[in-house]
Design a protein around this ligand. Structure first.
Ligand code: HEC
Length: 216
């Protein structure tokens, strides 16, 4: 116990005389109690002479998995199933997932891939290598796991987004890329009946609305 308290005081001195004085004062006024504000503990990477190797940390048991890092779900974390890029999502995709995917896509991917996925984003217009359009046949045919993998591991000139976009959001972006692909290749048959009416009206009613606004 004594050893640890000494170390702790050492830490305080390292962190500055001011803090040391304050803590000394605090200890005096508190009648030398050892409260939670002065814990006998080692800070990360603090050295010690207690163990022969001078380190306060012990080696974790081989095979130890850090909390939150148990990644046994192959599909979820690698985008593959039995080693092959997967054609399914690891969780059902709802409208809310697509909206989240659109938001994340617009933040992280549009600078290069642009809002439609054509690959002519602003960074590309300023000289970054141009990515392929998402609407070429090869990428329309690519399984959704491929998009997840590209974001997770990077691809050629494109760096990995794994550190910036969490796993579930990478899947949501992959789903939204499917939306973009459909939007560029949709036919009138893909539009629900109720919405089709609007498609045949807009020119007249929109310009009527515009005129009404302009005359106000
Ligand atoms: C800084 C620019 C940049 C950003 C931002 C970017 N990419 Fe890319 N992306 C590229 C480039 C460049 C390539 C082509 C890489 C190559 O072929 O060397 C590429 C290629 C791709 C491909 C095609 C891979 C293939 O099979 O040809 C996909 C899919 C893709 N990116 C998805 C994304 C997604 C999703 C995001 C957002 C999370 C994103 N990219 C963000 C530059 C970018």
């Amino acid at each position: 116990m004594k050893l640890k308290i000494d170390l702790n005081l050492g830490g305080f001195v390292r962190r500055g005389l001011g803090v040391a004085c304050l803590s000394a004062l605090a200890m005096l006024s508190a009648g030398c109690r050892l409260d939670m504000h002065l814990q006998p503990k080692y800070l990360p990477y603090e050295s010690t002479d207690f163990f022969a190797d001078g380190r306060s940390e012990r080696q974790p048991v081989p095979g130890t998995v850090a909390r939150g890092q148990l990644r046994v779900d192959e599909l979820m974390f690698t985008g593959r199933e039995n080693g092959v890029a997967a054609s399914t999502f690891p969780f059902p995709i709802t409208r809310a997932d697509l909206e989240r995917g659109r938001e994340r896509y617009n933040i992280y991917c549009t600078p290069c891939h642009d809002y439609t996925g054509s690959g002519r984003g602003m960074i590309v217009q300023r000289g970054f290598p141009q990515p392929p359009s998402y609407h070429i046949q090869r990428l329309r045919d690519a399984p959704v796991g491929h998009f997840f993998e590209v974001m997770t591991n990077g691809f050629g000139a494109m760096y990995s987004y794994a550190a910036r976009i969490d796993t579930a959001d990478r899947w949501r972006i992959a789903a939204y890329i499917r939306v973009l692909q459909l939007s560029e290749n949709a036919t009138i048959q893909d539009v629900p009946d109720s919405e089709r009416q609007k498609l045949s009206q807009p020119v007249a009613s929109q310009s009527a609305g515009k005129q009404a606004r302009e005359s106000q």
